[in-house]
Design a protein around this ligand. Structure first.
Ligand code: COA
Length: 215
């Protein structure tokens, strides 16, 4: 049985626990940097990296080394990447979580730690980078290249041949037209329709998407 430690104890954590159970994995601990109420009965809640380390030390005689998944949603892709580095260094393996009711093309390539949630579609020749989330009902069409630490929000639509840089967050229900390039760490507001390339670090909103005011 694959044992999973979830990093993050808020909403996305509950989604990943449900998915883990569905695919036969067991969530054995939740780690959060904050002092949180235990989110799940019977599952250890640990405080930060130090809490995780001492828990791992306590179970050093166990035959199973747990894997981990990052339960951090929103626009925190860079945080996911940084935390993954720390957990990899502890010798834990980063598990990919793919919902059985997601559609993944046979030639799509998903990097370590990818999450593809309920009803999402990943089409032919798509590549998805490390620590990226393709959230509920999002669709990523043919030949898209998705970077590391990206979050494609619920119901977002990426048409074909789009390039998405590292750390990008595409908000819920946004649509990105074919062949667009989105620079590193850009944010696409919920519901936006992106018709032009988006420079790195910029937030765009609306239909058609424009740079958010005050930027
Ligand atoms: C675009 C976004 C990142 C901006 O966040 P923010 O900087 O905190 O923005 P604010 O809420 O302070 O709003 C600033 C202005 O932008 C407007 N705005 C914010 N989001 C917008 C959106 N998606 N579309 C159009 N306008 C938007 C606000 O109305 C506000 O306008 P005003 O100055 O005229 O009042 C955020 O609103 C968003 O869309 N996030 C995506 C959320 C999401 O999809 N989550 C999925 C979770 S799984």
């Amino acid at each position: 049985m694959t044992e999973v430690v979830l990093w993050g104890g808020a909403g996305h954590s509950r989604v990943l626990r449900e998915l883990s159970l569905r695919i036969g994995y067991s969530v054995v601990a939740v780690v959060d940097n904050r002092n949180i109420q235990p989110p799940f009965d019977g599952v250890e809640t640990l405080r930060g990296l130090e809490g995780l380390k001492s828990w791992l030390h306590r179970r050093a005689n166990s035959f199973v080394t747990p894997s981990y998944a990052l339960a951090i949603g929103g626009g925190y892709g860079r945080d996911r990447l940084a935390i993954a580095k720390g957990l990899d260094a502890l010798g834990l393996s980063h598990v990919s979580l793919v919902h059985p009711m997601a559609m993944i093309a046979s030639d799509a390539v998903l990097a370590q730690g990818t999450q593809v949630l309920l009803g999402a579609a990943v089409a032919t020749c798509v590549r998805v980078g490390a620590c990226s989330i393709i959230n509920t009902r999002a669709s990523v069409d043919h030949d898209c290249i998705i970077g590391d630490g990206v979050h494609i929000g619920p119901g977002a639509t990426l048409c074909g041949q789009i390039e998405v840089g590292d750390g990008v967050f595409v908000g819920a229900g946004a649509t990105v037209l074919p062949r667009i390039r989105i620079g590193n760490d850009a944010m696409i507001g919920a519901g936006a329709v992106v018709t032009k390339d988006v420079p790195a670090g910029i937030t765009v909103v609306g239909v058609p998407a424009r740079r958010q005011r005050d930027q």
